[in-house]
Design a protein around this ligand. Structure first.
Ligand code: NAP
Length: 252
């Protein structure tokens, strides 16, 4: 099936999974708005997309801030065209055992993942509904199933799944699908920071994780980008409200 070029927005696109996803969607033929907290960091990914022959725009915005989100989406629509693909990928960690977790740690994580996905989707869906076509892909995690030290993050990532299913129900009639990708262990700055926090080298952390993963390796950002690409494709038009664990096994 041929790809109709669309305008995609990838949040948290400066690095890691977001950067790989931006590059993959561009390779699929879409123009990509790379959104991250700092525009100059998003610009690195935008330049990589352009070097690959794609079309990109770097946008600085905080997904947890309503005004910032509205301004960013308006800018994307003006400079690239109406966005009809949205990947809610921006994320942070504030890990701690429950008894040591501060209300700020809780609010910050729920704010970026859940409030961020809500604000971004609310802003972009207007363009999708007007176009009669849209794809929303939300980043969940195997942590949605529970993970020690991540009460805030696991609640946010389980919340992303419920949010996804409701989007699928509400937006389906407008030609919009919504799905979630739930990664297991992926080699990015996020897992690097976790290794640092628990005091082991990243190499040892990766090797230890790989032993527990059925396919015998940890994931790369491109593994997740490929799953996002599928959900964004024309072929996936009858797939909505689903959660795909991309974890090298049933649980990662
Ligand atoms: P990452 O390398 O830490 O990248 C996350 C990006 O999000 C960063 O560029 C960060 O910007 C940006 N960001 C944070 N807060 C933001 C905000 N308020 N507004 C806009 N951008 C913001 O993370 P990753 O490992 O690629 O993870 C990407 C997504 O996959 C996250 O949702 C994560 O929870 C999920 N995930 C990751 C793994 C894994 O193993 N890596 C597993 C499961 C799920 P700054 O650098 O400026 O903070």
């Amino acid at each position: 099936m041929t790809t109709t070029p669309r305008v995609a927005v990838v949040t948290g696109g400066a690095r890691g999974i977001g950067a790989a996803t931006a590059r993959r969607l561009a390779a699929d033929g879409h123009a990509v708005a790379v959104l991250d907290l700092l525009e100059d960091q998003a610009a690195g990914t935008a330049r990589a997309v352009e070097a690959d022959g794609g079309r990109a725009l770097a946008v600085g915005a905080d997904v947890a801030d309503a005004e910032s989100v509205e301004a960013a989406v308006a800018r994307v629509a003006e400079e690239l065209g109406a966005p009809t693909i949205l990947v809610n990928n921006a994320g942070i960690l504030r890990d701690n055992l429950l008894f040591k977790m501060s209300p700020d740690d809780w609010d910050a994580v729920l704010g970026v993942h859940l409030r961020g996905a809500f604000l971004m989707t609310r802003a972009v869906q207007a363009h999708m509904v007007e176009s009669g076509w849209g794809r929303v892909v939300n980043l969940s995690s195997t942590s949605a199933l529970g993970n020690r030290g991540q009460a805030n993050y696991s609640a946010a990532k389980a919340g992303m799944q419920g949010f996804t299913k409701t989007l699928a129900i509400e937006l389906g009639r407008f030609g919009v699908t919504a799905n979630a990708v739930a990664p297991g262990f992926i080699e990015t700055d996020m897992t690097r920071a976790t290794a640092e926090r628990v005091g082991v080298s990243f190499e040892d952390f990766v090797a230890h994780a790989a032993k527990e993963i059925p396919v015998g390796r940890t994931g790369k950002p491109e593994d997740i980008a490929a799953a996002v690409s599928y959900f964004c494709s024309e072929d996936a038009g009858f797939v909505s409200g689903q959660v795909l664990y991309v974890a090298g096994g049933p649980r990662g």
